[in-house]
Design a protein around this ligand. Structure first.
Ligand code: SAM
Length: 280
């Protein structure tokens, strides 16, 4: 068990910063960024724009995905020497699809006090305007390679909550195609350039959004959860199980039911495997 106290010990602050509009930062965040001994960030050029805007002169140092391992230990040593530090990312909250995981892990293992200075995150902001049902599952970025991405989506297919993804503009078209292929042509919502000058919100079917897939900028994509009438589907699975009880092997039972209901055998096989996995 790890337990830490805030009295007198140095603190690692995880500070939320704007996702576009520089005014979206708390008074406490600004005070802490002024008071700490050092601020760790992803790209010092990006973060110095924010610090300059608020006349913050605290030393800034980089901490990103490709130096996270070695840098985390050095930061822990710096904190242990009695220094408060802040971790920020290029936008939004650290850790949320951004570096910081390793640092928090090491801080906990070293009994270092950690606290958060809450700020905006692109996915919570997008969910507010999305008009999508609860619960939601925040997934972050899907894998860039098609097969890996589609495997990830297949795992998410039967989740009834809204699915929230971060996406890079140059991959939107591929991602939408994979979504239609694996999840079906569902209702989607796209938040583009939140809090910025060219902010836009799209509410439509995935296939319709495909026609706008040359969109630029930063975007959050939210896909409505699984909605098919589960009873109807479970009836199919019941039929398969009945065939198995009658002595057929699983594959043959699926083939039999697929023929019976004029369904695609491969699709039914995939659905049945996913259903069984969910039951385990
Ligand atoms: N840590 C950030 C947070 O708390 O939201 C997310 C960082 S992640 C590396 C960057 C992704 O967040 C972008 O590719 C985009 O999907 C999303 N994003 C960031 N800012 C956004 C904005 N202003 N509007 C829409 N999406 C945004």
């Amino acid at each position: 068990m790890n337990k830490f106290s805030f009295t007198g010990s140095p603190i690692l602050y995880l500070v939320g910063t704007p996702i576009g509009n520089l005014e979206d930062i708390s008074l406490r965040a600004l005070r802490i960024l002024k008071e700490v001994k050092k601020i760790y960030c992803e790209d010092t050029r990006t973060s110095s724009v924010l610090l300059k805007y608020y006349d913050i002169t605290t030393p800034l140092e980089s901490y990103h995905n490709y130096n996270e391992e070695e840098k985390a230990q050095a930061i822990i040593d710096f904190i242990k020497a009695g220094n408060d530090v802040a971790l920020i990312s290029d936008a939004g909250n650290p850790i949320i699809s951004d570096p910081g995981f390793k640092l928090v892990d090491l801080a906990i293992k070293n009994d270092i006090a950690i606290t958060t200075i809450p700020g905006p995150s692109a996915f919570t902001s997008a969910f507010e305007t999305a008009n999508m049902p609860f619960p939601f599952l925040f997934y972050g970025f899907l894998k860039p390679k098609q097969q890996e991405r589609e495997n990830e989506l297949a795992e998410l297919k039967y989740i009834k909550g809204s699915l929230i993804f971060y996406e890079a503009p140059h991959r939107l078209l591929d991602t939408l195609n994979s979504i239609i292929k694996v999840l079906g042509d569902r209702d989607v919502y796209l938040a583009r350039e939140l809090t910025k000058k060219f902010e836009e919100h799209y509410y439509m079917k995935a296939s319709e959004l495909l026609t706008k897939a040359n969109l630029k900028g930063e975007m959050v994509l939210i896909v409505k959860g699984y909605e098919e009438d589960l009873l109807e589907e479970q009836d199919r699975f019941k039929l398969i199980e009945e065939q198995i009880k009658l002595g057929l092997k699983t594959n043959a039972a699926i083939k039999e039911v697929a023929n019976m209901l004029k369904l695609d055998k491969k699709e039914l096989y995939k659905e049945y495997v996913a259903y069984k996995t969910q039951q385990e």
